[in-house]
Ligand binder design. Sequence first.
Ligand code: PML
Length: 273
Amino acid sequence: MLASSVMDYHLYSLRMRASRKGKHVSGAERIVTGGQILPTSNNLIARAFNLSGNVPTEVHFIAEQIDPEHISYMALPNVTTWNVSSWQQGRSAAAKLLEHSGIGQSVISQAFKLLTNGPSPSGGVMRGAVLLDAITGQRLETDLSRGIRVSRMDLAPEYSERIKAQLSHFGLAHHRTLEALILAGKVVGAPGLLAELCWSDDPEYQVGYVSDGKNGYQRISMLKPVGDPMGGRVFFVNRAANSRIDTLVSYLENQVVLFNQLGTVHPPKNWIS
Ligand code: PML
């Protein structure tokens, strides 16, 4: 039993990451309070050990108390779902959406290549994201095999059940969707960040998205073939708007962000082209 002061008042950031022989296999995190601290910790550790065929050799777990004065509250981005008939059509839709966000074609192709082949220098997936200069295509992470790990964000505990119920009403209850929407919500609020491209490294999960500050979280029903274990995230940075990459990375990794409102969720549309 936790002491009642911990149970009732304190927010904790709970973070798990699992690796196998030095390679990242899974990671997840939550920000919770009260009676949710122990069940959520159990749930995160269970996730590390529940990966079929990918038994971790190391699991790291940390619980860190959050200072309420350092929390930023935000609304989640608007959500649009584009249905496509093939992953190839999905990639061409993603390229168009990224062009609308102001990214040039050669940088878009480079981002596709990185996620298709594995952005880590060893050719595998990374837990962290690639940070790309949106003009030159230069990679800006200091450690190319680690990438940028967006951290310390969640639904505000007092709004969590309501937002999850609303998402479920729109058929968006999958934990991957919720976690990606929360992460994308933090990323679009970053200074100088133009857009994000993401598809999952789960071989069975084909949905991906393009997200930016203006058009929100645009899901694309297929961005890769079934069975493909490659995926990840690319963040496109406008260095004219923020030349301080250290400030940007510190916001993404350390700033605590809690979401207290869902944006507008548009009905799914078919991508025509
Ligand atoms: C969705 O909107 O359903 C989520 C898409 C990206 C999932 C990324 C991941 O879980 O690795």
